[in-house]
Write a new protein. Structure first.
Length: 120
């Protein structure tokens, strides 16, 4: 899971994203319908902080990142996100905050979901 933290995000945003993600029915049942959550499957999570998700691309050809939370505060918020998911009892791994990482992703299926706390 890639996590973008916007300036102004708070505890209620963490609670929303964690709860929504843990309970969202994204995994197929035996009939191949999205009917199971990560909690139902007793899955695991890899959380990677990704400030570039907060890019503003409305003007010009270079994205702006002023909407992203400043790194020191974002690190604390990312820790709260990680702890929120860990409180679920699922196995949770995390990337190294503010580090260059090579993340290999196998996207099994045509599904990518954006969960944005500003949409609640």
């Amino acid at each position: 899971m890639l996590v973008g933290i916007y300036d102004g995000d708070g505890e209620e945003d963490v609670d929303y994203v964690v709860g929504k993600t843990l309970n969202m029915r994204l995994f197929p049942n035996c009939e191949k319908n999205f009917d199971r959550s990560v909690m139902d499957t007793e899955g695991s999570l890899l959380l990677v902080s990704q400030f570039t998700l907060c890019a503003d691309t409305r003007k010009g050809r270079r994205p702006g990142f002023s909407r992203a939370m400043v790194p020191d505060r974002a690190a604390m918020m990312f820790s709260k996100v990680v702890n929120g998911f860990r409180n679920s009892g699922l196995k949770v791994e995390e990337g190294v905050f503010q580090s260059h990482m090579d993340v290999v992703l196998i996207n099994d299926g045509p599904v990518t979901i954006l969960v944005d706390s500003r949409d609640r």
